[in-house]
Every structure is written in structure tokens, then in C-alpha cells.
Design a protein around this ligand. Structure first.
Ligand SMILES: NC(=O)c1ccc[n+]([C@@H]2O[C@H](COP(=O)([O-])OP(=O)(O)OC[C@H]3O[C@@H](n4cnc5c(N)ncnc54)[C@H](O)[C@@H]3O)[C@@H](O)[C@H]2O)c1
Length: 253
């Protein structure tokens, strides 16, 4: 498919995992992709790989939690058609031991970072533009041991709907994707941390997740990228303010 010929997209948090898969998908569908990550080296590696595969991509060093840096990026970027707010981090602790430092760190990147990315998108997109945020099913149904992350992703879902309502008159659509457990370095880290806090090994925590998943498996980054591409495209032209859970049936609303 070549749904994004002539479209310019910004994707954040692209150095690995889901963000990288989103870049690969958008570039394969012929978008001109701006590849943004706090890790400049990784961002350039992902942009170079997209170019090597025949796509058009440039890298942009960007900390989405840094308002001044996002402001400079917005000025430099100019006109965009698609923005994917993907960057996010997670920490783990029982609620009774959750530190204010970890609360601030995760909320700064996931919630404030989403706000700043959405504000950048509102400036750079015109009519027909599309924004996709990456939330989490934990924003709907929090798991134990990561309350700051769950709260931050609930904020992402809420911001998505607020921006959808306010940008609809400008014909800009705003939607979210809420992944379940997707195989990335972040989810490997999550399994290890939960394992440490519960006295299980990481493999046992993954097996438990798989045993309770209706489709009986974890997900792949390209399965998130496919839904992001759908929401970003004209195939989703009458969808806004929506969240699609991509989680093998973990959440059925
Ligand atoms: N993997 C999962 O199971 C899962 C499930 C639900 C939601 N998510 C969400 O999907 C998104 C991507 O997750 P992932 O598993 O690919 O994560 P990951 O940790 O593998 O990759 C995250 C990327 O974001 C970048 N990043 C971190 N902080 C940043 C910042 N301040 N500014 C810019 N870039 C930054 C990192 O350098 C990295 O390249 C995150 O928002 C995450 O919360 C992931």
C-alpha cells in the first residue's frame, strides 16, 4: 500500500521497539518521515535504515518533555500531515513506595511530553491532518506496580479526546492506540522489574500474561504500526477521539 505519498509525518520515540516499527510502516507506505528521539544516534540509525529501504526519512534529536526543545522543533518542522506521539517510559514500584521523583519523571515524559507533542501537532498540521497517540491498556485497566505509568497513560487518553474535540473544527483527527504487551525492550524490562518485585523470574511473568490473553500470545511492534497507519490514513477519515485497543483481547469494552 502507498497511502502516504506526498505526506510528511513526525514520529517520536523511534529509536527502537514500537516507534521504529511505525517509522518502517509509514516509510514503506511512502511517507516522508521525521524520526525524533532523545537518543540522536539511534534516531539517525532508524532514519538511515528507512532511507536504505528506499524511503525518505530525516532524524531529529528531541526530548519530548523539554518544552524549549519542542518549541524549536515546531519552528523548524513547519508543515506536517501526520504526527505520532509514541515516546514513553515506565518505572515500577508498589504504590506505597512510589517516589515523587519517579512520579515526576514518568508524568513529565508520558503526560507533559504528550501535551507538548499534541501542541506541536496542532501548530504544524492543517485540514486533513491526523494525530495518533500511543497510550496503553494500563491507562484503562491499571496493573499493579506501575501506578505512575497507568496515570500517565490515562492522561494520554484524556488529552487525545480533548484535542480531538478542539481540533475537529479544523478537520484534524486525533486518535489513540492502546497496546497490550508488545515484545520490545521496554516490555522485557517491565517483566524483569515486575519479576523482581513479585519474587518471580521474568519468564514466569510473561507466561502468566500469555496464559490470560484471549489470543494466547504477546503482540509484535508491526501489529501496532499497522493500526497507527490505518488511523493516520484516509481509511479512518470519519474516526476521531477514538482509542483502539491492540492487545489480543486483554481489554474488551
Ligand atoms: N511495549 C509494550 O508492551 C507497550 C505496551 C503499551 C504501551 N506502550 C507504549 O508504546 C510506546 C513505545 O514503547 P516501546 O515498548 O517501543 O518502548 P521502548 O522503551 O522500547 O522505546 C521507547 C523509545 O522512546 C525513546 N524516548 C524515551 N524518552 C524519550 C523522550 N523524553 N523524548 C523522546 N524520545 C524518548 C527511547 O529512546 C526509545 O527509543 C511507549 O509510549 C509505551 O509506553 C508499550
Amino acid at each position: 500500500m502507498t497511502r502516504f505519498i506526498g505526506k510528511r509525518a513526525l514520529v517520536t520515540g523511534v529509536g527502537r521497539g514500537i516507534g521504529r516499527a511505525i517509522v518502517e510502516r509509514l516509510a514503506a507506505e511512502r511517507a516522508d518521515v521525521v524520526v525524533a528521539d532523545i537518543d540522536a544516534t539511534q534516531a539517525e540509525a532508524v532514519a538511515a535504515a528507512a532511507r536504505d529501504s528506499g524511503g525518505t526519512a530525516e532524524s531529529l534529536p528531541l526530548d519530548i518533555a523539554d518544552a524549549a526543545m519542542v518549541e524549536r522543533a515546531a519552528q523548524r518542522l513547519g508543515q506536517l500531515d501526520i504526527v505520532v506521539a509514541n515516546a514513553g517510559i515506565q518505572t515500577f514500584a508498589p504504590v506505597t513506595e512510589l517516589s515523587t521523583a519517579d512520579w515526576d519523571r514518568v508524568l513529565d515524559v508520558n503526560a507533559r511530553g504528550a501535551l507538548l507533542t499534541l501542541q506541536l501537532a496542532a501548530r504544524c498540521l492543517g485540514p486533513g491532518g491526523s494525530i495518533v497517540t500511543i497510550a496503553s491498556i494500563q491507562g484503562l485497566l491499571p496493573n499493579a506496580l506501575s501506578a505512575n505509568y497507568a496515570a500517565s497513560k490515562a492522561a494520554v487518553l484524556s488529552l487525545t479526546k480533548s484535542f480531538a474535540a478542539e481540533l475537529a473544527p479544523r478537520r484534524i483527527r486525533v486518535n489513540a492506540v492502546a497496546p497490550g504487551r508488545i515484545d520490545t525492550e521496554l516490555s522485557d524490562y517491565a517483566s524483569a522489574e515486575v519479576g523482581k518485585l513479585t519474587g518471580q523470574n521474568a519468564a514466569a511473568t510473561i507466561e502468566r500474561r500469555i496464559a490470560t490473553n484471549p489470543l494466547g500470545r504477546t503482540g509484535r511492534p508491526d501489529e501496532i504500526a499497522a493500526v497507527v497507519a490505518f488511523l493516520a490514513s484516509a481509511d479512518a477519515s470519519y474516526i476521531t477521539g477514538e482509542c483502539i485497543n491492540v492487545c489480543g483481547g486483554d481489554v474488551m469494552l
